[in-house]
Design a protein around this ligand. Structure first.
Ligand SMILES: NC(=O)c1ccc[n+]([C@@H]2O[C@H](COP(=O)([O-])OP(=O)(O)OC[C@H]3O[C@@H](n4cnc5c(N)ncnc54)[C@H](OP(=O)(O)O)[C@@H]3O)[C@@H](O)[C@H]2O)c1
Length: 212
């Protein structure tokens, strides 16, 4: 498949591109950095800034892309422009191109405001509000074949290959496990129009996804 990864230079994006290339996909990764991120014949790069206007973003996206991942984020510095408006503009651009598949990396409990009294979330309130409405737009306003993967805290740890999905509690994730999960979602037909949360746990990733 030909896949666009928005945010290919990030911690998750880097691991995700590695996974997708290992799975023999053709990957276009976006970054505003000049340096080429991956030396692989199946990889090419796009200098994309999602704070640009929607039409400019749309012009940069190839028509024949099979799936788009959104793993970009402002890191709390520009939540309105990047995590909310930027994300939604990519959904609109992708939809207007006629591309259907869109996989969003979001955050645990993004759509469940009743869980936001947790102090870890209280401290990230503006980011949470932005992810909440971006995810809502994807679910309620787009006709995209979305999957929203809501990860708990991202940690630079070796992969375990095991996760728990849709738990009542949040938890930590190996970044590599999040990337493996995102890559596995692409080919699992039961993940379309689904939202699920994840953290490291006890079930093999493919088994956990198959049960969604
Ligand atoms: N941190 C956590 O514990 C946690 C937990 C759950 C979910 N998440 C979600 O996971 C996402 C990815 O996390 P991460 O740690 O991999 O992020 P990261 O390392 O900070 O990477 C951020 C990515 O976003 C891109 N980006 C930032 N501003 C942009 C812009 N204006 N236009 C285009 N691209 C832009 C960066 O690209 P450039 O190369 O162009 O700078 C980079 O590829 C977060 O943003 C968050 O929404 C995080």
């Amino acid at each position: 498949m030909k896949i666009l990864v928005i945010g290919a230079s990030g911690r998750v994006g880097t691991e995700l591109v590695k996974q997708l290339l290992a799975d023999n996909h053709q990957v276009i990764g976006t970054t505003r950095q000049e340096e080429n991120l991956f030396n692989d014949n199946n990889y090419s790069q796009l200098d994309l800034d999602i704070t640009a206007d929607k039409n400019a973003i749309q012009k940069q996206i190839d028509q024949d892309i099979d799936a788009v991942y959104f793993v970009a984020g402002s890191g709390g510095k520009d939540v309105l422009e990047v995590d909310l408006h930027g994300a939604i503009k990519t959904m609109q651009a992708v939809q207007d191109k006629g591309i259907k598949r869109y996989i969003m990396l979001s955050t645990v409990f993004s759509l469940d405001t009743s869980k936001w009294d947790n102090p870890n979330i209280e401290n990230l309130k503006e980011y949470y509000i932005c992810k909440h409405y971006a995810d809502q737009w994807l679910v309620n306003n787009s006709n995209l074949d979305y999957t929203i993967v809501q990860a708990g805290a991202l940690k630079e740890r070796a992969a375990t290959g095991k996760i728990t999905v849709n738990d009542d509690n949040s938890g930590e994730n190996s970044i590599e496990d999040v990337a493996i999960t995102l890559a596995a979602v692409l080919t699992a037909s039961n993940t379309t129009k689904k939202v699920f949360s994840m953290h490291n746990g006890e079930t093999a990733i493919n088994e956990a996804i198959a049960k969604l």
